[in-house]
Design a protein. Sequence first.
Length: 113
Amino acid sequence: MTYKQFNGILSNGRKYPRQFSMVTYIKLYADKKLMDRLQDYAKLNNCRKVKNTFTNGETTVEYIEVQNLPQFPIQEIGISLMNDQIYHHEKISENLEIRILGKKANLIFKYTN
């Protein structure tokens, strides 16, 4: 299924209004195997390492090194929005919150093991 077909299903055939432009931030737990993949990602995307982050000016990946990955390793995802939004903070579920302000939105995951 293509992205266009998927959007067609979600929007019932209406033009699907895209509200975000790109992922700008990811915070996650990383074990040895994931660290190797993050380093490969960093090389591929011309990222520099600063403390516990890889960044290329557009996207930043922040990591916390652990021996064993939790069941859900992603803690937060930041995205840039196409249009300014007023501040809004919504608890979607016990494990997910969304915070929106201006042209930024953050999905905050709260999984515990």
